[in-house]
Design a protein around this ligand. Sequence first.
Ligand SMILES: C[S@@+](CC[C@H](N)C(=O)[O-])C[C@H]1O[C@@H](n2cnc3c(N)ncnc32)[C@H](O)[C@@H]1O
Length: 280
Amino acid sequence: MLSYRHSFHAGNHADVLKHIVQSLIIESLKEKETPFLYLDTHAGAGRYQLTTKHAGKTEEYREGIARLWQRDDLPTELAAYLTVMTKLNAKGDLHYYPGSPLLAKFLLREQDKLVLTELHPSDYPLLRAEFAKDKRAQVLRQDGFQQLKSKLPPSSRRGIILIDPSYELKSDYQSVVNAVLEGYKRFATGIYAIWYPVVLRQQVKRMIHGLQNSGMRKILKIELAVRPDSDQRGMTASGMIIINPPWKLEQQIRILLPWLHKVLVPEGIGHTCVEWLVPE
Ligand SMILES: C[S@@+](CC[C@H](N)C(=O)[O-])C[C@H]1O[C@@H](n2cnc3c(N)ncnc32)[C@H](O)[C@@H]1O
C-alpha cells in the first residue's frame, strides 16, 4: 500500500539539499557534449503547488525553499537550481516547486534521455502528463528498484541514477543496497545518488554498512541536520550518498553546506557533514 504523497513535503529542507546536489551533478555531466541518462527510480508527481491543501497544510516549504527564495546573497553553486525555481515562479511569488524529474527536465539537453518511474496511482498520471510532449522521456508505472537491472547500462555509458524512496517500507533501506549493487554490476561508472532521511539513525547506519561492505569505491556522504538525532517521531536530518561523484562535487558542497545550514536553520542547531564512506 502506498500512502506517502510527496506533495505534503515538497520544498522542505530535505528537498532543497537533494535537489541542489542533483542539479550540481547534472551540470557536471553537461560539461561534455556526449549524451547521458537521467534515471529517477522514485519520481513523484513532478510539479508541486505550494499553496494547495497538501503542501499548504504542512507548510514544510516555509522552513525549506522559502528561506532561500529571493535572497540576494546566493552562492554561485545554486545557479542551476534557482534558474529552474525562477522559471516556475516567473511572477515573483513562490507558488510552485519542481520535483526531481521536473528539475531534470529543465536542466537536461536535447541529446539527453530521462527514464522516470512512479507507482502511486495518483502521482503517476500527473507525472505522465507533465512529460507527455517530451520526446526525451520514458515515464513508467513500474517498480523503481527494478530499473537498475533493466535500464543499465545506458547506451551512452554516462548517467545519473537518482534513488529517492519514501522509506515508507522499512525494507526500502535494504532494497536500496540491493538495487545499487545490481546497477553497479552493469554500470560501474554511473553516478548513483541515494537520498536518505534520518528518522532512526540505526536504519541509516545499516544501509551505509551495506554499501561500505559491497566492494564499491568512491562513496561520498553529504548530510544536513535541522535538529539533533532523536528517538522520537520525525525526520531530524537528511542526506545524500553519492557513488562516483563528479570530481568537483565535494569541493562545491564543502563551500555550500555551511551557508545552507545557516540559512535553513537560523537557530544554529543540528549539524552538517561531508565525508567519504569509501575513498577512491
Ligand atoms: C520521496 S518521493 C519522490 C520525490 C521525488 N524524487 C522528488 O524529489 O521530487 C518517493 C516516491 O516514490 C514512490 N514509490 C514508492 N515505492 C516505489 C517503487 N517501488 N517504485 C517506484 N516508485 C515508488 C512514491 O509513490 C513516492 O511518490
